[in-house]
Design a protein around this ligand. Structure first.
Ligand code: PRT
Ligand code: MG
Length: 211
């Protein structure tokens, strides 16, 4: 049995066409069903639905053989136990530093101010500001980061931006790019050795589908 870990929403939606290219069709839509294990047209392949941040953990510890996770999530996880053979180029966005539009970020940074930064991506944010030599106090949040600068909780946030609509709706502006984000195929390193005959053709098909 091959188990593929996916999260609901954009990752599932954008992985479906890649699975299809490999001849794998899911039997159910996770948005409509409450099932966490989804069968496919192939008796030896199933999909498990987990939180986006849990995909690397499932694959690392063998709860799934492979999975699809954003680079943001993988960078926070650290990648231990994971083989990352492919950038699937799906669910693309950018990791950005954003502030209230009346906050003078450039001056704060230039004057060596100690910035309060709220984010879900503490590890990535710490490395980003350390590389720039900017002193930061990091505040870990699990969502609605946009609210932090509006309430005085933080001066800046580090968050994902795709259309920019969420920042705009909350009076924030992106001031710096931390990195380009897309989703990667991740494979359990032990599974790749033990189930190579089943997994390698799948990886090769994904590689061709991505182009
Ligand atoms: O939503 P949930 O809390 O269940 O989990 P999640 O946010 O971890 O999962 P999901 O499915 O929302 O995101 C999965 C992956 O999609 C992320 O790990 C990213 O790699 C990728 N991705 C691509 C994004 C976005 N684009 C994105 N725009 N993930 C989140 N967003 C959010 C962003 O955090 C912000 O709140 O969308 C909002 C901004 O969008 P715009 O279009 O208004 O700029
Ligand atoms: Mg989300």
């Amino acid at each position: 049995m091959i188990t593929i870990a996916l999260s609901k929403g954009r990752i599932f939606d954008e992985t479906v066409p890649l699975l299809k290219a490999a001849g794998i069709v899911t039997r159910e839509d996770p948005e409509a069903s409450r099932k966490l294990i989804i069968a496919t047209n192939r008796r030896d392949v199933r999909v498990v639905i987990v939180r986006a941040t849990d995909v690397p953990t499932y694959v690392q510890f063998g709860g799934a053989d492979l999975g699809v996770a954003g680079k943001d999530v993988l960078d926070e996880h650290g990648g231990a136990g994971l083989y990352q053979p492919l950038d699937l180029r799906i669910a693309r966005c950018r990791m950005m530093v954003a502030v209230r539009k009346d906050f003078d970020y450039a001056t704060a940074v230039r004057q060596g101010a100690r910035l309060k930064v709220a984010t879900k991506y503490v590890r990535v944010a710490r490395e980003h500001f350390a590389a720039k030599g900017v002193h930061v106090d990091l505040i870990k949040l699990y969502g609605s980061m946009e609210l932090a600068p509006l309430t005085g909780l933080a001066d800046a946030i580090v968050d994902l931006v795709s259309t920019g609509g969420t920042l705009k709706a909350n009076g924030l502006v992106a001031v710096e790019e931390v990195g380009q984000i897309s989703s990667r195929l991740v494979v359990n390193q032990a599974a790749l050795k033990l189930k190579r005959a089943a997994l390698q053709p799948l990886i090769d098909t994904f590689a061709r589908a991505v182009g």
